[in-house]
Design a binder for this molecule. Structure first.
Ligand code: SAH
Ligand code: CA
Length: 256
């Protein structure tokens, strides 16, 4: 296992002509599975045939964007949709929107009067996907706010009405802030509600020796992901479930 993950992180990335293709091969949601063929099987058998047309359209738009490596994968989108529906969630939050794939999955899964508070420092990428979200008829569920999430969470905490008010929160932004987000979100999500932290297996690097060669940004955020995983496992305020979906997602259910 460790060897497979190490191979992944050693893949030469930007030096070749087919940059896009090579970078795609580095995407965590592929590397965590036994083989690309197995992942392809999941997508082709269970995910793509059931993917709403608008999500497919957004996925294809996103694939052309230079930072497409950041997008939520289609299987994880399907997972998020299932979670939101199972919980009967009405009020959710998303930190880290990019072009909006996970946002659209959530918006489609919410009831007509459901609401998502969505935050990102970059509005431009959100606006790339916005026409698709509008066409899908779910834009009215989304309250997009541009800016760093942490001060926005503090602002929410200033008003007691927001405390324990969110059913579901999806965190998919700057990994070096996840523990800061957690200390705020624990009061914003309701008891029994769920916080999902994305990319908690960090391309498999959480399980390789520290001296394994890694790309710079992978190495930088790896320490924070390792620290987060330990902290969540020790946090008695939540029950947790670490899933190898996508690049790893850790679900935290607020206990009390
Ligand atoms: N959930 C998205 C992927 C998010 S990628 C999808 O399904 O496609 C991570 C996003 O986090 C980027 O769009 C980045 O702009 C945003 N981000 C980074 N730092 C942030 C911060 N401090 N506050 C809010 N968003 C941030
Ligand atoms: Ca992610």
């Amino acid at each position: 296992m460790a060897t497979a993950a190490a191979d992944q992180v050693q893949t030469p990335a930007e030096t070749q002509n087919g940059e896009q293709k090579t970078r795609h091969q580095e995407v965590g949601h592929k590397s965590l599975l036994q083989s690309d063929a197995l992942y392809q099987y999941i997508l082709e058998t269970s995910v793509y045939p059931r993917e709403p047309e608008c999500m497919k359209e957004l996925r294809e738009i996103t694939a052309k964007h230079p930072w497409n490596i950041m997008t939520t994968s289609a299987d994880e989108g399907q997972f998020l949709s299932m979670i939101v529906k199972l919980m009967n969630a009405k009020k959710t939050m998303e930190i880290g929107v990019y072009t909006g794939y996970s946002l659209l999955a959530t918006a489609l899964a919410l009831p007509e009067d459901g609401k998502i508070l969505a935050m990102d420092i970059n509005r431009e990428n959100y606006e790339l996907g916005l026409p698709v979200i509008q066409k899908a008829g779910v834009a009215h569920k989304i309250d997009f706010r541009e800016g760093p999430a942490l001060p926005m969470l503090d602002e929410l905490l200033n008003d007691p009405i927001n405390h324990s008010s969110f059913d579901f929160v999806f965190v998919d932004a700057d990994k070096d802030n996840y523990l800061n987000y957690h200390s705020r979100l624990i009061d914003l999500v309701r008891p029994g509600g769920l916080i999902g932290y994305d990319n908690t297996l960090w391309n498999g690097t959480v399980a390789v020796p520290a001296d394994t060669p890694m790309r710079k940004y992978i190495r930088y955020y790896r320490d924070f992901v390792l620290e987060l995983n330990k902290a969540l496992a020790a946090d008695q305020r939540v029950e947790i479930c670490q899933l190898p979906v996508g690049d790893g997602v850790t679900l935290c259910r607020r206990v009390s």
